[in-house]
Design a protein around this ligand. Sequence first.
Ligand code: SAM
Length: 172
Amino acid sequence: MIRSILISPIGRYLRTRRLFRAAKEMSRTKSKRLMVIGDPCSGNYFQFMSSMFPNCEHGDVTVDLYGCDSCNRMDINDMSAWDDYEDDGFVVMETGVLGFSKDVEAVLRQIKRISGGDFLSAGGNRGFLWVKYLYKTYSKDLIHSMDPFDSRKDEYFSGIKLGQKGSFRLKF
Ligand SMILES: C[S@@+](CC[C@H](N)C(=O)[O-])C[C@H]1O[C@@H](n2cnc3c(N)ncnc32)[C@H](O)[C@@H]1O
């Protein structure tokens, strides 16, 4: 219980902050725009926590279907919407949205295309109760919980399908 509602979310919060800083620095040194997938000022289970203690900042572009006025309210599952973004134009920082992917491989392909491989993700909550039951209380559309990913060292993107046994692993 403690792991699901405290330890895992805090770990994810700190990881998001750390990876966001790295993504921002990478976008500066590579002179690429920063895309953040996941509205920094909304979307957490405890809404007031996101507003008071955002885990990252908006990017040059921020993508979130139900995001604030600074976001592009894009559905990551709408493959034609990704066409708005050019090949290798961005460093991409993802925060808890890829769990809503209906086709993870297709979404990942778009991220690889627009990022040219510069992609960081904080992953999702992996507390036992969260992945078994509590995710249902957050959103009926949440399908997966992803592992963290850092393209500077990771080759494979992995995660689990919520409520099911087993994991998946995709070459990035
Ligand atoms: C866990 S929040 C991520 C941002 C939050 N600041 C965080 O890091 O915890 C999940 C976000 O995914 C967004 N979302 C849900 N389904 C989506 C979809 N199909 N396409 C894009 N964004 C989606 C929600 O609006 C929500 O803000």
